[in-house]
Write a protein that binds this ligand. Structure first.
Ligand code: DX5
Ligand code: ZN
Length: 230
């Protein structure tokens, strides 16, 4: 049976001076999801965008917005992102005092919910919350910056989480974030991921062409995924 693969460009690598257009272009070029990286200069050593930017993008696109919170604490900002039009909100378990409560808060706000694991974060955080998850996000770089190199050990972790999801019988997406490119996306999919964040690989590729300049890189990523499904 062929698996559903979703490509989620991270707007972290987009041109922020024309963000609405970047989002429209990347979706028109065939992206499935907009990955929205929120960094607070506290949980991670970088500062990016908040609910105001999500709210500004919402009227520009119908696309599914996947908000990746790299902030601490997490609970206070969750309702703001829900109101701003986020579809999915994920957070890092180490950044929440009460993981079950944060997951419920996300779902009660009307969004899908997910947990994010850094390369060295143990998977035991999954043990008692599988029924509250719509997605598990595995970081394949340490969070904070785009354009880093994929950490190969992540492949083992993807396999392990794929087994856990299959054993649970639940429809939980498995997303991988960091250093995903045309030359490794097939391997990541083979290991068991079904949602692929790509920031620099997508937005870095289209800089010099116009319009719909992301068509060719997205087609190349899809062609690699088709090999896994074929
Ligand atoms: C890192 C972010 C990622 C990052 C991915 O903290 O969560 O989403 O932007 O960028 P690339 O694909 O360039 O590694
Ligand atoms: Zn991310």
């Amino acid at each position: 049976m062929s698996r559903t693969f979703r490509i989620a460009p991270s707007i972290l690598s987009a041109n922020f001076a024309k963000l609405g257009q970047e989002v429209t272009d990347v979706i028109a070029s065939g992206a499935d999801i907009i990955h929205f990286d929120v960094m607070d200069n506290h949980y991670v050593p970088n500062l990016t965008i908040g609910p105001l930017v999500c709210e500004s993008l919402r009227p520009v696109t119908d696309a599914f917005i996947d908000v990746h919170l790299m902030v601490k604490p997490v609970d206070r900002i969750i309702p703001d992102f829900a109101k701003a039009g986020a579809n999915m909100i994920t957070f890092h378990p180490e950044a929440s005092e009460h993981i079950d409560r944060s997951l419920s808060l996300i779902r009660d706000s009307g969004c899908k919910a997910g947990l994010v694991f850094n390369p060295a974060t143990p998977l035991h955080y999954l043990d008692h919350v599988m029924d509250k998850l719509d997605m598990i996000l595995l970081m394949s770089v340490n969070p904070g910056f785009g354009g880093q190199k994929f950490i190969p050990e992540t492949l083992n972790k993807i396999r392990e989480v794929r087994q856990r999801i299959d054993a649970s019988g639940r429809d939980i997406w498995l997303e991988v974030d960091g250093g995903v490119k045309v030359d490794n996306i097939a391997e990541v999919a083979q290991a068991g991921a079904d949602v692929f964040v790509a920031g620099s690989a997508v937005f870095g590729a289209g800089k010099d062409a116009d319009p719909h300049r992301y068509d060719s890189v997205l087609a190349a990523l899809r062609a690699e995924l088709a090999k896994v499904n074929g």
